[in-house]
Design a protein around this ligand. Structure first.
Ligand SMILES: [Zn+2]
Length: 293
């Protein structure tokens, strides 16, 4: 796909831009002298193939291992195509084991949306990216990690850390200390699977602390169009925290939260701030959720 550009971020780290038309997320490549670790496998064989072709164009060593940041379809459907061992959290392994046995035909997918275990957005994007899914092969990750694991690629290491969060409790971050880069997947985004988009201070605040504690100059997020520099990431985190704390203080009163937003932010809120406030309010109403699968 010509929309994809593989860009070098640091001497040993590259990233493939996300394409929102069919919800293709950012993919990462960490190049070591013992081979490349790919971060997330893409949302289809075509997406994984676009990454592999771009890597070949830049003479990067072929993928040797894949790290899957979480189980959502757009990050994993390309894994079988890359055909190298995958690493993920135990919970990602569990869910992908279930997904591997599922029927991904149109009718089954529609039924799962009806039953509330799939969301319409993902169903529509799956159909758009992969109209024919008869040959779709979902391969659960070979290697599971509980809390953290360090990969040695020779001249560079990758630290896989289970971080969780509202978006997907199985989420891991891939930190490359020598390059000061952290691939954070979708971890800081909101939960899409339980009605209105949700965020909770209980899960998000400690997650932000953990991510900010990493020695990273860049944070690469799953659907952001550019890597986020450390200062910007700290500012974004402070805004999330300010809005979450405000909602925690005021409680479930939308109008009062909106009225207090300018003072809490020290600026006029934009549409994004209002969405974050709405997500924290949804999190107050539904503080705990079970995995959809
Ligand atoms: Zn996701």
């Amino acid at each position: 796909m010509s929309d994809h550009v593989l860009t070098q971020l640091t001497p040993r780290v590259w990233w493939l831009n996300p394409v929102s038309a069919t919800d293709r997320p950012t993919l990462g490549v960490i190049v070591g002298e013992r081979g490349s670790l790919v971060v997330d496998a893409g949302n289809s064989p075509a997406h994984a193939g676009a990454l592999r072709a771009a890597m070949a164009r830049h003479d990067l060593p072929a993928p040797r291992l894949i790290a899957l940041t979480h189980w959502h379809w757009d990050h994993v459907f390309g894994a079988a195509t890359l055909d190298v061992p995958a690493l993920a959290s135990h919970e990602t392994q569990r869910v992908l084991g279930l997904m591997a046995a599922m029927d991904w035909g149109d009718q089954a997918l529609d039924q799962r949306v009806e039953a509330g275990v799939e969301i319409a957005f993902c169903r529509d994007m799956i159909k758009a990216e992969l109209p024919d899914r008869s040959g779709l092969l979902i391969r659960p990750p070979e290697i599971g990690l509980a809390d953290a694991l360090t990969l040695n690629l020779g001249d560079v290491t990758c630290r896989l850390i289970h971080v969780g969060g509202d978006h997907s409790p199985d989420a891991i971050t891939v930190h490359v200390p020598e390059e000061r880069v952290a691939f954070i997947g979708d971890a800081i985004y909101d939960d899409l699977y339980h009605g209105p988009r949700r965020l909770t201070a209980r899960l998000l605040f400690p997650l932000l602390d953990r991510l900010l504690a990493l020695d990273a100059a860049y944070y690469v997020a799953g659907h952001d169009t550019e890597p986020i520099g450390r200062e910007q990431f700290a500012r974004d985190a402070a805004e999330l925290r300010a809005i979450g704390a405000l909602v925690g203080r005021i409680g479930d009163d939308h109008d009062a939260v909106v009225a207090a937003l300018p003072a809490a932010l020290g600026a006029q809120p934009d549409a994004g701030h209002h969405e974050i406030a709405a997500a924290f309010l949804a999190g107050l109403r539904l503080p705990e959720v079970a995995s959809p699968l």
